[in-house]
Design a binder for this molecule. Structure first.
Ligand code: SF4
Length: 429
């Protein structure tokens, strides 16, 4: 018996829920009508996501199909799972997206799929959906398409014409783990897709800025995924340490100019699908998703992207795990007390960023304000610094707020064993 649309949405939005790699960021390319608000009572399949500047947006997050030939142990949609299966048609997805967009339920679409056929055939369906939205429905919202591992360079090029962002999930930190939990996937193929993306992106960027291109009667080189590429990595399903993860992240940012690496604390598929049959001997026993670890990895990632740390400064061979009780920037500061205090009235931008409790926004304000006057501790607080953390590591006009005489005490004061500190905003820690 055929499924109605409501049932398909229920199945295919539930199946997409655990892919974290869909926060929008950095693209205004196709957006014409975004920014409108709507109530909190959202229809099925709509999830909240955050832009790079902290704005909350809503996306329709669905799979084209949850039929999959692959058997990744961590995935609820794997071939051997005894679950309800469904697939949209292209027109159903186009109509649904337009309808939700017109009603202001969503500002964008996140579309992925199980691998129900050859990767290029699956990719074609995703591309066709995005292309129809753009060319026939006049849809101007955000589109994030998942790249199906194994899809060719030509398909990636085509997908980038219609989507704001593309992503291919790296899934696990090492090839060995991939072979164990997702044997049909290959790190080489996944990295190859990222490499293809960055090659095409560079080439189109050069074309778009090349005046000769315009002289040859062409208007502009085609658009290519202006919000770049991202990836997702599952944390805690395999035995790698945080150092391996952060080293990998750092090299992905450097080699492929990724916009974001998303970390997803491992959730046992049996527990989120409430289906005991989804147990798998290859998976670890799990007391629950390692959320603190996931949060610390996001903070460490922030240090790489915005605070100019390199991965070797964050973790060492001797201490390969992030401290669960203290954020990685404070942990680094406590290990490097001889780097402090930093005088806020003379330090350069990079040095200011090393102070726990001072983020990029505050550091910029400090530099601006210093042009006309010197800054006191009170002034620093008003600029957004979190003095509870910063006070041990700086001087203002030569005066300490508090001398860092007792690192163990500072550690105690700044630790968040109760989890409260996990609410720290990422941008000012
Ligand atoms: S390829 Fe693996 S992760 Fe993706 S849907 Fe299929 S089983 Fe799940």
């Amino acid at each position: 018996m055929g499924q109605d649309l409501h049932e398909k949405i229920s199945i295919l939005s539930g199946a997409a829920k655990y892919d974290a790699s869909c926060a929008t960021s950095g693209s205004e390319g196709f957006r014409g009508k975004g920014g409108k608000k709507f109530g909190t009572s959202l229809p099925m399949g709509v999830c909240h996501s955050w832009t790079q500047d902290g704005r909350c947006v809503s996306l329709l997050k669905v799979l084209y199909s949850n039929v999959c030939k692959y058997d990744c142990a961590y995935c609820v949609n794997r071939a051997s799972a005894d679950i309800k299966r469904a697939s949209f048609t292209i027109q159903e997805l186009v109509d649904l997206t337009c309808e939700f967009y017109r009603r202001n339920y969503i500002e964008g679409l996140f579309l992925s799929s199980g691998i129900f056929a050859d990767p290029d055939i699956v990719m074609e369906k995703l591309i066709e959906t995005a292309k129809t939205l753009r060319t026939e429905s006049g849809y101007g919202g955000y589109i994030h398409l998942k790249l199906i591992p194994g899809t060719g360079e030509k398909m990636i090029r085509e997908a980038g014409k219609w989507a704001d962002r593309l992503s291919v999930n790296i899934e696990l930190p090492t090839e060995k783990s991939l072979q164990c939990l997702a044997p049909e996937k290959s790190g080489k193929v996944i990295l190859g897709a990222m490499n293809d993306f960055s090659g095409i992106s560079r080439e189109i960027e050069e074309d778009r800025s090349n005046p000769k291109f315009l002289q040859h009667g062409k208007t502009k080189a085609p658009f290519f995924a202006p919000a770049g590429q991202s990836t997702q990595l599952i944390v805690g399903a395999t035995g790698e340490n945080d150092r391996q993860i952060i080293n990998l992240t750092s090299s992905l940012y450097n080699k492929f100019s990724l916009k974001r690496v998303y970390y997803s604390a491992f959730i046992h598929p049996g527990s989120y699908a409430h289906n005991e049959k989804l147990t798998d001997p290859r998976l670890p026993e799990s007391a629950g998703p390692p959320l603190v670890r996931e949060h610390r990895l996001y903070q460490a990632d922030w240090l790489l992207r915005f605070y100019h740390f390199n991965s070797g400064e964050i973790l060492s061979e001797d201490e390969p795990f992030l401290d669960a009780h203290i954020d990685p920037k404070t942990a680094w500061a406590l290990k490097n007390l001889d780097f402090f205090p930093i005088e806020i009235n003379s330090a350069d931008y990079e040095t200011l960023l090393r102070i726990p409790g001072i983020g990029a926004k505050t550091a910029r304000r400090v530099l601006e304000t210093r042009r006309s006057r010197s800054i006191s501790l009170d002034g620093l607080r008003r600029m957004g610094a979190v003095l509870k953390r910063a006070r041990f590591f700086l001087t203002a006009g030569g005066s300490y707020a508090e001398r860092p005489d007792d690192p163990a005490r500072i550690r105690r004061l700044l630790s968040d064993t109760d989890g409260a500190g996990l609410q720290l905003p990422l941008f000012e820690f």
